[in-house]
Design a protein around this ligand. Structure first.
Ligand SMILES: [Zn+2]
Length: 490
């Protein structure tokens, strides 16, 4: 088992190194302006409009695509970070995304690294109806991301979906009808030394003075002229190098728009007209997304997360161990990480659980373990980690923390509320201990003093009437050393 674990560590290290090497050839694979947007821009008054001041909540289905062998999925921690960034990016637009269901894990080499056709198959087969469908893969057809209008879903590269990346916001913008501000220029380099042509690839080129803004490029008059269809870095004031419009006017492109190709550090907003169009697109073209959910309150981690079991510094036996913590206000889910490294660099376990406990099975590494949790709910992903907690693991024969106790067995399993527990002990010498029944919230439910004699002995410990669940039976000597057994009441 140890070998196997070490082997998987190496694999993990290796895949961590491999990850992030792949650079997409192009930023975005969607180059269109939708017919719906053209009609909307011709007569916005004919469309339902948003009520400013009210947040629109849209359901998001997150698909995490791995390889056939079940590896390579975008890690849950990073999905939570990406969801947080997405909601921050849409906050000013009064649109927020929530989950209706857990992440959908898919294992398929042909989807993990796909061409547009493979991506289309993936979307058609897995889209969740009446949701915005987002797929996280290793290679979305050579792009950082793209929106596919046929299956009406988007695919993002894991490597372009970090906490400071805005690819997801950009692709959701496409899904909600927004083109690039430079639409028409895709794949064409602009020559900044001479005036741009009147048309590029059949599309009108936008003038700097705004005189053709409603029918050139993206059709939005509050997005400035933009001819840059390759990723670019903004200057200190958030603009591009100098370009010349068809009338001979010099200008610099505004890098602040998510829909531009300015680098992630430059972009921070949708324009008002873009925001209105996205809302109109939802109201008129996607009413099935409007389910009026009752948003869950934000996670409240004031006072921090309190660990329950194992007790801090406790030595537990190899086998299985129950990690538990006090419930966090408003949390419906917890992401837990367990590592044998104090900096959590390589994870032993990573799971999302819905209760405030996690049963770790087959723990066999005899060394300190470290764990932390990140509470969240389906509306609030911008949460931080708890402190890192630790416990020791040793083989069953060496777990005793009260030296003089050789064996400590509690039965029956499960126990019955109101009935007796049987405590069987073998000790080296005579001494007294406090035996306590403790709830997982740390409440001491009953304490009894036991006088131990050298040799074998047994005691009855009357269980109080307690609800079904998991409790701890603790023995503590005068030096403060203790031993703990789990008691299941059913
Ligand atoms: Zn794009």
């Amino acid at each position: 088992m140890k070998k196997l674990i070490l082997g998987s560590f190496c694999l993990l290290f290796f895949s961590l190194i491999l990850e992030g090497q792949k650079q997409p050839e192009s930023y975005c694979g969607y180059h269109e302006k939708s017919e719906w947007l053209t009609q909307y821009q011709q007569n916005p008054d004919a469309f339902l409009k948003r009520k400013s001041g009210a947040i629109t909540y849209l359901p998001m289905a997150v698909h995490l695509v791995g390889k056939d062998d079940g590896t390579g999925h975008f890690p849950p921690r990073q999905v939570l970070d990406a969801l947080c960034t997405l909601n921050s990016d849409f906050e000013d637009s009064e649109i927020q995304f929530y989950l209706e269901d857990e992440f959908n894990y898919l294992n398929n080499d042909a989807w993990y690294e796909h061409d547009f056709r493979g991506g289309r198959d993936m979307m058609v087969q897995n889209n969740v109806p009446a949701n915005i469908n987002s797929y996280f893969v290793d290679d979305p057809a050579g792009n950082c991301g793209y929106y596919s209008p046929g299956p009406d879903a988007l695919a993002n590269a894991k490597s372009c979906s970090g906490i400071n990346d805005h690819t997801w916001a950009h692709e959701v913008g496409h899904l909600l009808s927004l083109p690039h501000p430079f639409v028409g220029w895709e794949g064409t380099d602009v020559n900044g030394n001479q005036p741009a042509p009147i048309r590029v690839n059949g599309n009108l080129v936008e003038f700097l003075d705004g005189s053709n803004c409603s029918n050139a490029a993206d059709g939005f008059c509050d997005t400035k002229a933009d001819y840059l269809s390759a990723r670019w870095n903004c200057t200190g004031d958030g603009e591009s190098r100098e370009l010349i419009d068809p009338k001979g006017e010099s200008f610099r492109v505004d890098g602040s728009l998510f829909m531009s190709y300015a680098n992630d550090a430059c972009s921070s907003r949708f324009s008002d007209d873009q925001t209105d169009a996205m809302h109109a697109n939802v109201l008129n073209r996607r009413p099935e997304l409007l389910k009026n959910p009752t948003p869950l309150a934000s996670i409240d981690t004031e006072g921090g997360v309190q660990p329950l079991t194992p007790v801090a510094g406790e030595t537990v036996s190899t086998g299985e161990v129950l990690i538990s913590w006090e419930p966090v206000k408003n949390a419906t889910h917890y992401y837990i990480e367990v590592s044998v490294f104090p900096n959590m660099a390589v994870l032993f376990e990573r799971e999302i659980v819905t209760a405030n406990e996690f049963l770790m099975k087959e723990i066999s590494f005899e060394r300190p373990h470290f764990w932390r949790i990140r509470p969240f709910n389906y509306f609030d992903f911008c949460t931080s980690y708890s402190d890192i907690f630790t416990f020791n693991v040793a083989t069953a024969s060496s777990t005793k923390t009260i030296e003089a106790i050789e064996s400590f067995v509690v039965s029956p399993v499960p126990a019955e509320s109101g009935n007796d527990l049987l405590i069987q002990l073998t000790t080296d010498e005579s001494f007294s201990v406090n035996s306590s029944l403790i709830s997982l919230t740390g409440q001491v439910l009953k304490t009894e003093n036991l006088e131990l004699n050298a040799g074998q002995q047994q005691f009855k410990f009357g269980l109080p009437n307690v609800p079904n669940g998991i409790y701890l039976l603790s023995l503590q000597n005068e030096k403060g050393e203790r031993m703990i057994k789990r008691v299941v009441v059913n």
